[in-house]
Write a protein that binds this ligand. Structure first.
Ligand code: PRP
Ligand code: MN
Ligand code: MG
Length: 189
């Protein structure tokens, strides 16, 4: 079976993704250059969905930085958020007073990010920025607030379809597709 056959159409190709990732990384590098001589930037990847975006963007940020992961999930096996994200694996890094950038694959209802931002704020992060590959603003239920002088970076605005690939799953599948596409309805019904 070819995994590609499950995809109705491609929204962003590998080349589209690579170009946008480079732009985002250049912005982050510019914005944090003045801060990083004293302390490296802390990049936190939100597992599982952000694993590919995270690996790509950290290689394009031209600053001293450290990497860590936080694991959170709220979708389980369905296409709807349960609205109650659960952190199942926390970061190891001490973020007190530090600049942190949360790296996400997609912001949908906003529950995941608002939970993670509050979590990092409670650990004393000096600033929390968010870098999300995709944003679905039409689906937002909770408006998250960044911490300190944190900034928001967003790759593409995503239409309201259930998208998979480039880290994003349906029932844990399709994460390994190198592009972002719309799943054929017969595969999630
Ligand atoms: C997905 C996605 C984001 C979150 C966005 O994660 O990777 O983390 O949902 O949705 P929200 O804005 O409505 O909270 P998921 O819970 O499916 O876990 P996963 O990353 O392991 O797939
Ligand atoms: Mn996720
Ligand atoms: Mg998921």
């Amino acid at each position: 079976m070819a995994l590609d056959d499950h995809i109705e159409r491609i929204l962003w190709t590998e080349a589209d993704i690579a170009a946008r990732v480079s732009e985002l990384a250049a912005q982050i590098s510019d914005d944090f250059r003045e801060h990083t001589p004293s302390s490296p930037l802390i990049l936190v990847g939100v597992a599982t969905g952000a694993f590919l975006f995270f690996a790509d963007i950290v290689r394009k940020i031209n600053l001293p930085l450290t990497v860590d992961f936080i694991r959170v999930g709220s979708y389980g096996c369905g296409t709807q958020s349960t609205g109650a994200p659960r952190i199942s694996c926390d970061i190891n890094t001490d973020v007190k007073g530090k600049h942190v950038v949360l790296v996400e694959d997609i912001v949908d209802t906003g529950h995941t990010l608002s939970c993670l931002i509050a979590h990092l704020e409670s650990k004393g992060a000096g600033s929390v920025s968010v870098c999300a590959f995709l944003d679905k603003p039409t689906r937002r239920k909770v408006h998250f607030q960044l911490v300190g002088d944190g900034k928001l970076y967003s790759g593409f605005e995503c239409p309201d379809h259930f998208v998979v690939g480039y880290g994003m799953d349906f029932a844990e599948l399709y994460r390994n597709l190198p592009y972002v596409g719309v799943l054929k309805p017969e595969h999630y019904n």
